[in-house]
Design a protein around this ligand. Structure first.
Ligand code: GDD
Ligand code: MG
Length: 369
């Protein structure tokens, strides 16, 4: 089975995490975001994957290689300019088979693609959208279904005054027949959500509802953290669960832990956790991270090579690769620290503040509390 994964978006909402690393290969827990998608696709018989790239494609290719480590074959297609979600598919036309899957590249899910494919086959659909219920559907593509599972209406991110009478949204996983490509104008930016799905209503567009699945769009800092916690707690079926084992704790043998690691948590290779420090619960340390004496890292992600001083508090935050956090500083409240950012001692970074690569904060320079 073949799949096209759209990864050409700029990931602006996840900056500064995506300022230096393209979203598909941003680290989520202990592996690049795409690794979860490959594992899931592979489990449903996908062996041929086309990555539809735009932004920083070379870096994506460098990290993911030819796919062999994930048991799939990977090819990369690079648009000359952003073509939109349908334009990107059209651009990959020459590689596509009669029937294929199309995926948004920023979702973490274990929804049942095999059942979706089976329904697609039995209804004779041209396109079948995976649908999941969410509490607040307004920032997604909303779908109203008929009893026979044909799509009655598709509404992408409705305006605030629209009355919503469905909680089913498009999960960003589609089964498509090649004939869909005939609806997409070549060589220009086309949105599949705004132009193609509405045109396919009553023309063979169906919805497959999966209400048991785990599903999250990892596109915002808050949801990135939520996805991290859910992976650590085993709420979504991923390879991380096996690595964590029954104790829900994975500490690389090369790590030096003087303080404590509290499950669920993952501590990468060559990390050091100083005396009296505690890491967890719900914490991730990438490789080569140092946590100083007495510091607390809880419900937080600290990426590879970051160094955290003594007596710090890191809670509900993401600290980017190679960042430095000075003694007694607090990074809290959904804040994000970009790659290599230097924060001096006695700072408080809170309320979702985002510090971008290149920034340096002197001792006591910030107090956002
Ligand atoms: N190649 C390519 N070119 N990929 C693109 C482009 C482009 O021009 N624009 C966006 N993408 C990719 C993004 O990288 C992402 O993986 C996917 O297409 C969806 O784009 P987002 O920007 O993440 O869209 P969204 O999350 O606001 O909404 C979409 O996903 C929702 C589910 O998460 C829509 O498909 C909604 O209908 C859907 O409910
Ligand atoms: Mg998205």
């Amino acid at each position: 089975m073949q799949a096209v994964i759209l990864v050409g978006g700029e990931g602006t909402r996840l900056r500064p995490l995506t300022s230096t690393v393209p979203k598909p290969v941003v680290a989520l827990v202990d592996r690049p975001l795409m690794a979860y998608m490959f594992e899931w696709l592979h489990g449903h018989g996908v062996d041929d994957v086309i990555m539809s790239c735009g932004f920083k494609a070379t870096k994506v290719r460098d990290v993911l290689g030819d796919g062999s480590q994930y048991g799939i074959s990977l090819r990369f297609v690079e648009e000359p300019d952003p073509r939109g979600t349908a334009g990107a598919l059209k651009f990959a036309e020459e590689f596509l088979q009669e029937r294929f899957l199309m995926l948004n590249g920023d979702v973490l899910t274990d929804l049942d693609l095999s059942a979706q494919l089976a329904q697609h086959e039995s209804t004779g659909a041209t396109g079948t959208l995976a649908l999941v219920p969410v509490p607040d559907p307004s920032s997604y593509g909303l779908v109203r279904l008929r009893g026979d599972r044909a799509v009655e209406e598709f509404l992408e991110k409705p305006s605030a005054d629209t009355v919503l009478d469905t909680n089913l949204i498009s999960a960003g996983a589609y089964v498509l027949e090649r004939s869909v490509l005939d609806l997409i104008a070549p060589d220009r930016n086309v949105s599949i959500e705004r132009e193609i799905w509405p045109a396919l209503v009553d023309q063979g567009l169906y919805g497959y509802v999966d209400d048991d699945a785990y599903w999250i769009d990892v596109g915002t800092p808050q949801r990135y953290l939520q996805a991290t916690f859910d992976i650590l707690e085993g709420k979504v079926r991923t390879g991380v669960v096996a690595k964590l084992g029954e104790a829900y704790l994975s500490v690389d043998p090369s790590a030096q832990v003087s303080g404590r690691a509290v499950p669920p948590a993952i501590v990468g290779a060559n990390c050091t956790i100083g005396d009296g420090a505690h890491v967890g619960s719900l914490a991730v340390l990438g490789d080569d991270v140092a946590i100083g004496t007495g510091s607390i890292v809880e419900r937080a992600v600290v990426l590879a090579g970051a160094r955290v001083g003594e007596g710090c508090v890191l809670r509900e935050c993401i600290v980017g690769p190679g960042a430095r956090i000075g003694d007694r500083s607090q990074i809290i409240g959904g804040s994000m620290i970009g790659e290599g950012v230097m924060i001096g001692a006695d700072n408080v970074v809170a309320r979702g503040a985002r510090l971008f690569p290149g920034m340096e904060v002197p001792d006591g320079g910030l107090a956002f509390a």
